[in-house]
Design a protein around this ligand. Sequence first.
Ligand code: NAP
Length: 244
Amino acid sequence: MKKILLVTGGGRGIGAAISRLGAKQGYAVAVNYHSDKNAAEALAQEIGGIAIQGDVSKPEDVTRMFNETEKHLGKVTHVANNAGVTGKSSKLVDAEISTIRDVIDINLLGKIFVAREAVKRMSTRLGGSGGAIVNLSSAAALLGSPHEYVWYAASKGGVESLTYGLAKEVAEEGIRVNAVVPGMIETEIHEKSTGDAARVERIRPNIPMKRIGLPEEIAEAVMFLLSDASSYTTGACLRVSGGR
Ligand code: NAP
């Protein structure tokens, strides 16, 4: 069966590493992006996939993303539900309501909308051929991210609940649902949220392995959970965090 992988937020950071590894492993890849068209189109060209604009927090965009993927590559069989933001870091009392709302919209509602659309198309009960979904959580779900972005941590707690519940709901419909739970990974997300390039170095001593992870190390875990190598695994949240 042809393997068609949709990676949300697939043009940069962890998503780009997933898109590259997926292509290397023989998947046809649809690289979703929100604003960075250049990055997504360059990557799609590099890996022989397609780039699709769409905001995961808008259900109509999500439906269009799946339709466009189906039109150009074929029916989506695998989803890396990756897109995410933290918002500008601060204590909760100082955070703008719009920041909190955007993060919950993108990280939690967005992942729910993408998973819902994937189930509609993959479910054997609804005429599909099955598939696999991997959600990107964060070590923040348990650590809570005090003084930085507790709303982000809360959104990731929701992503893990989504994973546990949906995995059980669709287990008999040929769909596996798992999550990868990254610790601190080298991407632009940190500097964007805090404007503090030194933050990563400050946190490093608290990581048992004493180093930051690479996007490629997260991609390996995501592709394992998407692949048949994990055929009996569903509802798992796999921590990839250097022991943190
Ligand atoms: P990143 O480098 O900042 O990239 C974020 C990606 O999300 C970009 O591709 C961006 O698209 C996309 N995106 C943002 N809003 C979107 C929207 N509304 N619709 C569609 N796409 C949207 O972040 P990252 O570090 O790779 O993070 C990827 C995932 O891993 C996130 O879920 C994040 O929470 C999680 N994670 C990261 C870390 C870490 O340390 N880096 C740790 C734990 C969990 P554009 O390129 O178009 O802007």
